[in-house]
Design a protein around this ligand. Structure first.
Ligand SMILES: Nc1ncnc2c1ncn2[C@@H]1O[C@H](COP(=O)(O)OP(=O)(O)OP(=O)(O)O)[C@@H](O)[C@H]1O
Ligand SMILES: [Mg+2]
Length: 481
């Protein structure tokens, strides 16, 4: 029936049907509370299991068993090279025919929904990224984190949860990783055990494989969002207030140099992208990123993506190379997706010399910590300068540090906006203008708090006024609750 796609002698699978794999790790045994643990709250052992009914789970397990067998048959019996050339409709029809044939030969009866699901999964397996495909197509998923073949976590609405999707085994996971990295001309194996890549849809991908990854390959995917969160969305989500947005608009429009600081996944890139919306459409903006994530709305935008060395260790174009070149391309503003190495020198110089209004992000936990990170980066780039000179360079380059944080309840907020005001002796002086004031925790671990101004008037208020952004003094008044 599908001779064109069938390999010539078809090997008969010899394995017995594998036991269905469940995604849930064994929950830790609950300890009886100690007699003296009066002040201690019992540690909540959150169940990592997805909330599905028993019937649903049984259905999935059965489907899983059939799928494992069908996968094997498909992979062993099909001529994948010929399949690659087939059109989508033709391929779907072929797969559906194979599924019918196999189910019939084994006397397995499936309902329509299960059969459609099976067809889809097999199609994803052959043409796409297998089990990951469903998660990639699910718009409510932000991040996908794979810890070996049996455990896939996803982040939805700021919360990490385990998904009921699994890979068949490590070989299956490795095959998908290989498929992704070979599509971008890279390789991952025991001698190159980790790799960064970009998926066809723009999502950021990182993988690390055994033996460095001890319990099976580790994969992290940051999904590319076509519609990035804008200022209004972030205000609506409670990431910052309308007053903070007005202040940030003044800061960006009057060309202050801004650093967005934050931990991994705290919302740095999202904030940077939202801030960029305040840039005037007439300006020429150049962006430099490792993986192009920013989506600027302006007309005059030049985008650059740095490139890691290839398999032979050649062809690297570092962020610093891009930045040096960008300075020759007459930008009004430069936006560097993340500063983490030697490019810090050129970034600070650019900020100091005519490309004011530039922006970047760094990994740091507070504004003060961000300054130390910059100092360390300069030291590690091999620049031998007295610390006072380094600090004075930083203080004259950077005007504002915006702190993005992912709080323990999964919410992302702009926890602080801090201005750099100059030097006092050897120390960089700064003043916080807005902050998120935590006041407590609800019984279900949601953070209670509010944003407030600190009462300090902006160091740049006169500049804002001169540029036509005369902010009312009331926005600097602390919130009383
Ligand atoms: N305030 C917010 N509310 C809800 N979701 C948010 C918010 N800010 C960011 N996100 C989402 O959180 C995820 C991580 O955001 P983002 O990529 O900006 O983080 P990051 O700090 O740049 O991460 P990394 O350190 O990995 O580069 C994204 O999917 C983004 O859409
Ligand atoms: Mg980022």
């Amino acid at each position: 029936m599908f001779s064109r796609y069938k390999k010539q002698p078809a090997a008969q699978p010899v394995e017995t049907a594998a036991a269905p794999q469940t995604a849930a790790p064994a929950p830790a045994a609950e300890k009886a509370p100690a007699a003296n643990a009066i002040a201690r709250r019992p540690v909540q052992q959150k169940s990592a299991e997805p909330v599905v009914s028993d019937r649903e789970r049984k259905r999935k397990e059965r489907l899983g068993e059939i799928k494992i067998e069908l996968h094997r048959e498909l992979l062993e019996n099909l001529n994948l090279a010929a399949l690659e050339k087939a059109g989508e409709a033709e391929l779907r029809a072929e797969i559906s025919a194979i599924v019918s044939e196999v189910l019939e030969s084994r006397n397995i009866v499936l309902n329509r929904e299960d059969r459609t699901q099976l067809n889809k999964e097999l199609y994803d397996e052959v043409t796409g990224l297998g089990p990951l495909e469903t998660l990639l197509q699910d718009d409510s998923v932000n991040d996908i984190l794979v810890n070996g073949p049996q455990q896939i976590f996803v982040e939805r609405f700021g919360k990490l949860e385990i998904s009921d999707i699994t890979f068949k085994d490590e070989k299956h996971l490795m095959r998908i990783i290989d498929k992704i990295v070979s599509a971008v001309g890279r390789r991952v194996d025991e001698s190159n055990p980790y790799v960064d890549a970009r998926l066809a849809d723009g999502s950021r991908f990182n993988a690390m494989v055994p033996p460095i990854a001890v319990d099976g390959s580790l994969v992290s995917i940051r999904k590319f969002k076509k519609d990035k969160l804008g200022i209004d969305d972030l205000v609506n989500f409670g990431a910052f207030t309308e007053e903070m947005a007005a202040y940030l608009q003044a800061a960006v429009s009057t060309r202050l140099n801004i650093i967005v600081s934050g931990g991994t996944g705290s919302g740095k890139t999202t904030t940077l992208n939202a801030l960029s919306s305040f840039i005037d459409d007439a300006e020429r903006i150049l962006t430099i990123e490792d993986t192009a994530e920013l989506q600027l709305q302006q007309t005059h935008v030049g985008r650059m993506e740095s490139r890691p060395p290839n398999v032979e260790g050649k062809g690297e174009v570092s962020p610093r190379d891009c930045l040096k070149n960008a300075l020759r391309m007459r930008p009004d503003r430069i936006i560097v997706g993340e500063t983490r190495g030697a490019e810090v020198i050129d970034m600070l110089q650019a900020m100091n010399t005519g490309h004011d209004g530039s922006m970047t992000t760094i990994h740091a936990n507070s504004a003060r910590d961000g300054i130390s990170r910059l100092e360390n980066m300069i030291a590690m780039a091999g620049i031998e300068m007295p610390i006072k000179a380094v600090r004075s360079q930083i203080s004259s380059a950077v005007n504002l540090i915006v702190q993005a944080s992912r709080l323990q309840d999964g919410s992302r907020r702009m926890t602080s906006i801090t201005e750099i005001t100059g030097m006092e002796g050897d120390v960089i002086s700064m003043q916080e203008i807005f902050r998120f004031q935590r006041v407590g925790l609800t019984p279900d671990n949601k953070i209670i708090g509010h944003f407030t101004a600190t009462g300090v008037r902006s160091h740049y208020s006169e500049r804002f006024r001169l540029w036509g952004f005369d902010l009312p003094p009331s926005i600097y008044e602390p919130t009383t609750v």
